[in-house]
Design a protein. Structure first.
Ligand SMILES: Cc1cc2nc3c(=O)[nH]c(=O)nc-3n(C[C@H](O)[C@H](O)[C@H](O)COP(=O)(O)O)c2cc1C
Ligand code: SF4
Ligand code: FES
Length: 545
């Protein structure tokens, strides 16, 4: 009789791999295991979240009893028997050798998992598995031994800044909410993630939803809130499904609801599904949308931390911000503050995509250079050559950000450095562009996005973005005049300075940054002024019969 094989196959069951056939592969693995019978007894097939290298999915990791793991990419359902053979050692040869990834590859070796530590490890649909990996331990600890002030102190010490884009200090925001006059408070998680090229928040929700719930519960305790909402965009059905399941499981275990974990702390958490408007990610528009109103921004102040849902102080934080909280409590604020740079602490999750060899999720310490992220971790442009790996520019910050040229790849990725370059961190989308990319076209692409997503409430954004897009058309279609360059810059300044919310204020950034670094492309797209022939030639023509 064959001895049981205590092996585990971790199968990525997040959106990226599912779209490449992960469900069929997992079903085929179950069938193949059944067919092997006793020989595969004890082989666990475990669905997990994102294993990071999303562009090579479906991915499966084999965990060996001795502790070693192997990761396989580009798998298909037909390869399920070969994968089981590789796991159990029962087959002949090594059919999947070419699909086995090297764990020492910089894509994996240079990452530091803090927010993503449970991604690809826990089963996102099982609270028991999440508990076995430490979920809710910090919430229980905080409720048993911490005051709200002590929690806020740790968050302040950590130096954590909001990961939703603006980088506002999280501890300071928590203090602002907590120190408002007595009364009800609400905590809201912003999971609208509308930036093109961003999929970090979706991955956290799909891969480790209990981490977010725990972070939100700790935040609610720290600011004195007893209700909360996770606002998720409708385009994320799997994230919504898993989050709803996780909330149900947490309520059933007494980790949400009344008297959490035997304490006097109560928290009701619900999911609110957005209706697909990018501007609803802006915090005041988001609050309007939760309350059933049209999702348009309003002027600030007052800030939501002062006057939010139903007029009560409301804490709004991004998914990644809140998912960082359990680790900060576990390891301590000082531990977190020791990672990163002077002004930007901790790690940052990036969604790396575009013209890059390794597409996926990357978590690195703040201050890691763009070169390391894009070339060493990302592998540069496929087939790209030279010291910059065929990279022409890197777009950060989505429609509010900018394009950074390859010459500046040695820039550390932190809030201040990116801002100095005319871009911004944004939520973490990094889109790599190769040599053949036309920068006026890139600028027009983002401007058209802003035109479509402008809510129309204020004129500079509603009309200005349309005019900017029309001006950019002239460059892309090579019918611009040199004077259009000035018009473009002037209009950018006007729209940025006079729009009501961040969408309009930052919409010119992709234009301004491409003008700053790739001006010659705009100039080359201008019609040249009619060339005058030398005077003698003109006169000669006139007197000629
Ligand atoms: C047009 C626009 C869209 C935004 N979209 C998002 C979003 O999808 N997710 C997010 O967390 N923040 C988004 N923000 C930023 C939020 O307004 C807010 O600053 C953030 O949720 C605060 O959380 P944080 O302090 O954890 O970063 C957006 C802002 C603007 C102006
Ligand atoms: S800047 Fe644009 S999105 Fe923001 S309120 Fe004005 S019109 Fe709406
Ligand atoms: S979705 Fe499977 S590796 Fe990211």
């Amino acid at each position: 009789m064959t001895a049981p094989t205590p092996l585990q196959l971790r199968c990525c069951a997040a959106s990226g791999c599912r779209s490449a056939g992960a469900d069929a592969l997992q079903a085929a693995l179950h069938t193949a295991r059944d067919q092997l019978g006793g020989a595969a007894e004890g082989v666990t097939i475990k669905p997990v979240g994102c294993l990071r290298l999303c562009g090579r999915g479906p991915l499966v990791a084999i965990d060996r009893p001795a502790g070693a793991s192997e990761l396989y990419a580009d798998l298909s359902a037909e390869q399920a028997p070969a994968l089981l053979a590789a796991a159990t050692g029962l087959g002949q040869g090594d059919a999947l050798a070419k699909q086995r990834l090297d764990p020492a590859h910089p894509f994996f070796a240079l990452q530091q998992a803090v927010v993503l530590e449970g991604c690809g490890v826990v089963n996102p649909e099982s609270i028991d598995d999440a508990l076995a990996h430490g979920s809710y331990a910090q919430l229980k600890r905080v409720l048993a031994a911490f005051s709200p002030e002590q929690v806020r102190e740790q968050v302040k010490r950590s130096g954590l800044r909001g990961r939703g884009g603006a980088g506002y200090p999280t501890g300071l925001k928590w203090d602002t909410v907590a120190l408002q006059p007595p009364g009800p408070r609400t905590v809201v998680c912003n999971a609208d993630e509308g930036d093109p090229g961003a999929f970090m928040d979706r991955s956290v929700l799909e891969s480790d939803p209990h981490r977010l719930i725990e972070g939100m519960a700790i935040a609610a305790f720290a600011v004195g809130a007893d209700q909360g909402y996770v606002y998720v965009r409708a385009e994320y059905p799997l994230a919504i499904e898993r989050l709803r399941l996780a909330l149900k499981q947490a309520r059933a275990k007494g980790l949400l609801g009344a008297g959490i974990a035997g304490s006097s702390f109560n928290l009701r958490l619900e999911v609110r599904v957005g209706a697909g408007a990018y501007v609803c990610g802006e915090e005041t528009a988001l609050l309007a949308s939760i309350q059933g109103q049209r999702g348009t921004p309003r002027p600030r102040p007052p800030f939501p931390a002062q006057v939010g849902l139903g007029g009560a102080p409301t804490l709004i934080n991004n998914v990644e911000t809140l998912a960082s909280i359990p680790v900060i409590l576990r390891e301590g604020g000082d531990w977190y503050a020791a990672i990163g740079t002077e002004g930007s602490k901790g790690t940052k999750v990036f969604a790396l995509s575009g013209a890059v060899a390794h597409t996926g999720l990357v978590e690195v310490p703040m201050g890691t250079t763009l070169r390391t992220v894009v070339l060493t971790i990302g592998g540069g442009v496929p087939g790209g050559e030279g010291p910059d790996g065929g990279v022409k520019a890197v777009q950060t910050g989505g429609p509010s950000g900018g394009c950074i040229p390859a010459a500046l790849l040695d820039t550390p990725v932190d809030y201040e450095s990116l801002r100095e370059l005319g871009s911004m961190m944004g939520s973490g989308g990094l889109v790599v562009m190769g040599e053949s990319t036309s920068m006026p076209e890139v600028a027009r692409h983002f401007m058209r996005f802003s035109v479509n997503e402008s809510c129309g409430k204020c004129v500079p954004c509603r009309a200005g973005t349309v005019q900017l897009a029309q001006l950019l058309d002239r460059f892309v279609e090579r019918r611009a005049e040199l004077a259009d360059l000035e018009r473009l810059e002037e209009l950018c300044r006007m729209v940025g300075a006079t729009s009501l919310c961040g969408l309009g204020q930052a919409a010119p950034n992709p234009v301004l940054s491409t003008l700053r670094y790739f001006r010659q492309e705009y100039q080359a797209a201008c019609r040249q002024p009619a060339q005058c022939e030398p005077l003698e030639a003109c006169l000669l023509q006139e007197v000629s019969p």
